[in-house]
Design a protein around this ligand. Structure first.
Ligand SMILES: Cc1cc2nc3c(=O)[nH]c(=O)nc-3n(C[C@H](O)[C@H](O)[C@H](O)COP(=O)(O)OP(=O)(O)OC[C@H]3O[C@@H](n4cnc5c(N)ncnc54)[C@H](O)[C@@H]3O)c2cc1C
Length: 289
């Protein structure tokens, strides 16, 4: 472990000031389940941790049927998946939050940390992308919004500028008859990094798809949206053929690496299979909403 300083921020302005004063080696500390491991293994040079878990806005979770859901960036995952509104209205987010790490990790880890760490395999990112989540960012030049699907720029890289951090993640209220689903494939039952993960948000009018958003992870340098998979569905009746076309589009869009967790061929196959599964599961939920 490298020698580093710890500072606790109690307001957004204080966190920004600490991050600016800390310079290039200052880093936000949320749950610490990624960044403390990285510091210990010296994968990142860190001079200062700025703990944001004592800032009220960053720890708030609010739902309103008109405005949708706001989750403070450092809210621990157990509060996300334990929330009755998240369970009812955003089931794909609940599903992803519920499998990240185990109980101990979920007591600390956050959606803001999962997103900002920008792992291509991060489990919450595809579901945030599919459900049109927006990151509200605070920084020296004021506040700005960035769509989650534009937030990650490469493995471990994101759009944040020096001194900036994510305050809140905002999820719009889904349209009526919308369903959301998320799945991942891992070789074990739990506590593993996704070989592939996938999420879908889908709106139905009768049996016809009127809107769809599909995202996949662990198959490219960042999680990606697959517009061609959505196009295979929108305006069409949901049949085995249209669902298969969406899966095939995901397989085409996947540009995975080969590593100890999976081959290119396996990951492309999984992108196809998982997208078909999340489309079916989202449609099932849409019929009930
Ligand atoms: C045993 C174990 C199992 C795991 N299992 C999974 C898993 O199944 N799926 C999965 O996706 N991940 C998994 N992880 C990784 C990790 O737990 C998640 O990525 C977690 O969501 C990170 O959140 P955190 O709050 O702990 O982030 P931190 O470690 O505090 O931060 C991560 C990075 O993001 C930055 N950061 C944090 N919050 C903000 C913010 N608000 N604004 C700007 N930058 C910020 C930090 O500076 C750091 O660079 C696992 C980790 C461990 C140790």
């Amino acid at each position: 472990m490298q020698a580093l300083r710890y500072a606790r921020a109690t307001s957004i302005d204080e966190a920004m000031r600490m991050l600016q004063e800390g310079g290039e080696t200052a880093r936000v500390l949320a749950g610490g389940t990624d960044v403390i491991v990285q510091a210990r293994e010296r994968r990142r040079v860190i001079g200062l941790f700025v703990d944001i878990k004592h800032i009220p806005e960053v720890m708030a979770l609010e739902y309103d049927p008109q405005r949708g859901l706001r989750i403070g960036s450092a809210v621990p995952l157990y509060r996300v998946y334990g929330d009755a509104n998240v369970q009812r209205v955003y089931p794909a987010l609940r599903a992803a939050a519920h499998v990240i790490g185990g109980k101990a990790i979920q007591g600390r880890a956050s959606l803001g940390g999962n997103l900002s760490n920008a792992s291509p395999a991060a489990d919450s990112i595809p579901t945030m992308m599919a459900s049109e989540a927006v990151a509200e960012i605070a920084g020296p030049n004021g506040r700005r919004d960035v769509r989650v699907n534009e937030f990650c720029t490469g493995p471990g890289r994101n759009v944040l500028q020096p001194g900036e951090f994510v305050v809140t993640l905002r999820f719009p209220q889904p349209a009526p008859h919308t369903g959301q689903a998320w799945e991942r494939f891992i070789p074990r039952n739990e506590m593993d990094i996704a070989v592939v993960n996938a999420a879908c948000a889908l709106t139905l009018s009768g049996d016809t798809v009127t809107a769809a958003r599909i995202a996949i992870g662990a198959v490219a340098p960042t999680a990606i949206m697959v517009p061609a998979a959505a196009e295979a569905l929108v305006g069409r009746r949901l049949t085995d053929d249209t669902i298969a076309a969406a899966g095939a589009a995901a397989k085409d869009a996947a540009i995975p690496i080969e590593d100890m967790r999976g081959t290119v061929r396996q990951r492309k196959h999984l992108a196809d299979v998982l997208v078909q599964r999340v489309v079916r599961a989202a449609a099932e939920k849409a019929r009930g909403n």
